[in-house]
Design a binder for this molecule. Structure first.
Ligand SMILES: [Mg+2]
Length: 394
């Protein structure tokens, strides 16, 4: 049970960093592939079980209210709290007080991240603080950190991003108790500058860290990423050994191309995916490198030949991500950990919750689930082609 039914979105700013686009339209209405960015957020929130959205507007509010109306067109209830352009974020929240539920989700209007609201809410309940902030771990590098979280508690919020120990980026997706309104001063004030530091001081701000890459329209140069992220592309991740080729026994490895044997249905399965315009990425554990059974060069050589063989069959592989660490190295990328999915998603601007994954091992399912990907295993008497037909294209 996620128990959160209301989302509040801060969408009133002038969008200075998106000028000149925002000379005529407010930031949430910036078009991404012909649809306002805010529409993607609304759709995602609806999918997460949110029933009501409160939009906190200020700059050019008519553009938003005319488009979204009461939300009926989008299958969700939308209400507005409109206040002067000069109001800061905290003031906007305060002025919406009469609309707020006892517990609500607060978002910035320029970040999108398909995190699980259920997991976030479980974390909020477990930490039992007035507020939870969501931070992107920034593990594969994207921007500068501005948050320090230790044992699930936010210790520092550094808007200047100067402190060296910082370990995350605030991306919004706060869960807040309405009680935070008691902390609010009478003057015009910023939520980030006044409330967050106060919560930290009181030890009342927990910090949920996610590895799932987010997409943002905070700066003009990021709009292209958002366009790719929200484009109508289809993405599938495939495991390698046991899914595409014959899986060697435990602790043995495919060490050269001669040892690489395609499984029945594997090439045809990938051909079918390519015909249906899927981008195909391979995610594979290859501990044989760290364990000294083969060199990285050997693995590169296998994958070069693999690319070539598939190309001859009309199949393009968009990327191969291999974990070459040893079993016990404690890396983040060896499945059942999901690090390679996050890396591939960040590098290729993939929306993980719209992607698929097929593997052959329980660990694949665990990793897929952690990455919020719709995941399937090839069952014992089946193969890749049948699984693609039955699970992905059905
Ligand atoms: Mg496998």
């Amino acid at each position: 049970m996620n128990g959160i039914k209301q989302a509040v979105i801060l969408a009133g700013g002038k969008g200075e960093r998106l000028k000149p686009i925002t000379d005529k339209i407010p930031k949430p209405m910036v078009l991404i592939n012909g649809r306002p960015f805010l529409e993607y957020l609304v759709e995602d929130l609806k999918g997460k079980g949110i029933e009501e959205i409160i939009l906190l507007l200020g700059y050019l509010p008519d553009a938003v209210t005319n488009y979204f109306g009461d939300g009926e067109k989008f299958g969700i209830k939308i209400k507005y709290s409109i206040s002067p352009v000069g109001d800061e974020t905290g003031t906007r929240i305060k002025k919406a007080e009469e609309y707020l539920c006892d517990k609500f989700l607060l978002l910035y209007c320029d970040n999108y991240c398909p995190i699980s609201l259920e997991k976030l809410n479980e974390f909020y309940a477990e930490k039992n603080k007035l507020a939870t902030l969501t931070a992107y771990s920034n593990k594969y590098g994207y921007t500068k950190n501005n948050i320090l979280i230790i044992d699930g508690i936010v210790e520092k919020y550094d808007r200047n991003r100067e402190n060296e120990k910082l370990n995350g980026v605030d991306i919004g997706f706060f869960i807040l108790s309405k009680k935070i309104l008691d902390l609010i001063p009478d003057k015009n004030f910023s939520f980030e500058e006044i409330i967050l530091p106060k919560l930290i001081q009181m030890n009342e701000l927990s910090g949920y860290i996610t590895d799932i890459p987010y997409v943002s329209i905070g700066k003009i140069e990021r709009i292209k990423d958002a366009e790719l992220y929200f484009s109508e592309r289809k993405v599938i991740f495939l495991d390698r050994d046991g899914t595409i080729n014959v899986r060697p026994p435990k602790a043995e490895y495919v060490k050269n191309w001669d040892e690489f044997k395609f499984l029945p249905g594997a090439i045809d399965g990938m051909k079918l995916l390519a015909e249906k315009n899927f981008e195909i990425y391979i995610i594979t554990n290859q501990a044989g490198v760290a364990r000294g059974f083969m060199k990285k060069n050997d693995l590169d050589d296998i994958h070069a030949k693999f690319h070539e063989e598939l190309q001859n069959n009309g199949v393009k592989i968009s990327g191969i991500y291999s974990c070459m660490h040893d079993w016990n190295e404690g890396c983040d990328c060896r499945k059942p950990k999901a690090g390679l999915f996050f890396k591939a998603a960040l590098e290729n601007k993939i929306n993980l919750c719209k992607a698929f994954f097929i593997g052959d091992d329980e660990r694949d399912l665990v990793a897929g689930k952690e990455a919020e990907i719709e995941s399937y295993l090839i069952s014992e008497n089946s193969n890749l082609l049948n699984t693609v037909r039955e699970k992905i294209l059905a």
